[in-house]
Structures are given as structure tokens and as C-alpha cells.
Design a protein around this ligand. Sequence first.
Ligand SMILES: [Zn+2]
Length: 338
Amino acid sequence: MHFSSFRRTARSRAFLWCGAGLLSVLSASEVRAQQLSPLAAPALEPPAPLEEQQEEDDAPFARVRRPARITRPALIVRGVPISAPPDGFYQTPEEIEPWLLDLSRLRPTQVKTRILGATLGGNRIVALEITPSGVSPWKLRRLAVLCRQHGNEPESSASGARFIREFLTSSEPKKRAVAQKTALLIVPIANPDGAALYRRRTEENIDMNRDWGPFRTQETRVLANWIGAWRPHLIVDVHQWLPKDRQNEPMAEASGGALARRTAARMAQNSARRGYALSARSRWGLDTLSHRFWGQKFKIPAILLETRHRPGVAGAREAAIGTSLAALWGAAETVSRK
Ligand SMILES: [Zn+2]
């Protein structure tokens, strides 16, 4: 068997296994989500057939089909202007959700709102799917970004929201070029119950980022289902060290192979260029953390990003947001280039 077709077959099997596993774990939660909220209406298109996926991944075919003349990405950003995201310190769902929902109204061909599910605390988990106008995510490189699994890490949401705005509006040629090639699935508040109360855990008092695999929470079940179906090429999970954490140097930790390691390095570089220290590393271990769940179990490249949350320290908030933002662009650059 030719190597590339062997690789594709192996990958298809992995996805089938992944899908089957997740579905069996998640069916109960889907039922629960519907009961909890009549508004929960997952509207993600079904994944493309495997054949299409395989062709997309097949480099020689892709080269043949590529148009001879490469058009330069448009530098003029068309569309209705988008207001700055709410900038309150706590970044509550109540504050951010209306801004998110507005984006799909303002830029309907670029932004799709996905209500992934409802939480026990009566909040909703909202994701945005952002693509170049009218382009299917299946034709693009796909980056999934998860922010705020821990409710008391508010700058992770603030940087996610700023990333969304820049992704849609930046006129910097480099950023535009990246956004033209990349589909972004982003969840600015993965733990809305915790975020509403500025506390780490979910309504059920469970640490979500030790729940990937056990799936005791509605939040991880819903997110795993969506991320698995969306088949990202890279996942970034945005967090913050707290003042009490013993180890608290900003870092990007890679899991899931070479692309993840390359991405962590690029994130650190981009961050350093803006004057923010961020170290890159790679670790194998506890796989109930989301990045290691995807990286170790499914070989989907994934990154844990940690900046520092230091309430009351002058300049700390801007540093945390600046670091995350630079790192997220670094991730998008890497994934858009493969
Ligand atoms: Zn965290």
C-alpha cells in the first residue's frame, strides 16, 4: 500500500474511532442540553464525507488543482464596522454574549453563531465560526480556540474577543493573509457558569480542565462533541496562572506532535516580538487536560496557553491580553501554512 494512502486510512480509522467514542459518551448530554434550553440548536453542517477530506489532505492533488495565478489577498476589509468588545474586568457572559451574537448579524457571510449547549447554571455556551466571506470551513485550515475553561481567568476571554475582532477587521497584510486561509471556531467563554461568578469551577463544582475523558460536566461533553465534529488542524486552549500558582511563567505547552511544537515556538516568538516573555515547551502526562486529551489520544495538535492573571497589578492585564493575542496570531500563522 502506498504510504500516503496508508496514512489516510489510518487517519480515517482514528476519526471513526474518535467519533464513535464521543457519540456514545455524548448522546445523553445532548438530550440534556435540549431539555435545558429550547434555544440550544447546534447548526454545524455535518462533516464533509471522508473522500473530500482525503483529497484535501492529499498534497499532489492539491497542487494540480491550485490556480496558476495566485491572487493577492484583499487588503481592503469590506463589511460593517465592528465595535470593540466589552472590556469589563470580569468579562461576564452577560456582558460578552450580546457582542458575540451581534457579530453574526453584522457580518452574516463571515460569522456564524453556534449555540453549543446550555449549562446547569442557566447559561449558554456560545461559539463563533469565522471564515472568509462565504467560504466553507472544509476548504480551509481549521483552528479551534477555547477560552476560559476556568471562570476566574478573565483575560483569556478578553484576548479571545480581541482576537475575534482583529481576525475580522485587521488591515495588516500578514494578518489578512492568514485570515483568508483559516477557519476559526472560537469559544470565548467555555465555562459561563464559572465566569458569571468569577470562580474556577463549573456549577457542579468540577474543574473542567480535568474532565476531558471522564466527561462528568455538560460543558466538556458539549465541547468535545463539537470540536471532534469540526476536525480542527490545531486547538489552542487559553488559560492563566493565578497569583497562588507556584509555577507561573507564561508558556505555551504543545501536545500531539510536530505541528504543535512548531506552533508553540511560533507563539513564543510572536509574543517576544511584542515584548512579552512566553516560553514554549512540550509535555506528556495527565490526559484529562483538554490539550493532552486531543494531542495524546487523538493526535490532533493542541496547545495549552498560560498567561498571568494578576488582579490589581498595574499593567498586568494588558500584558496578559497582549501575550495571548500575539500567541493566538502565531498559532493562526502556523496552522494556515501547515
Ligand atoms: Zn486555567
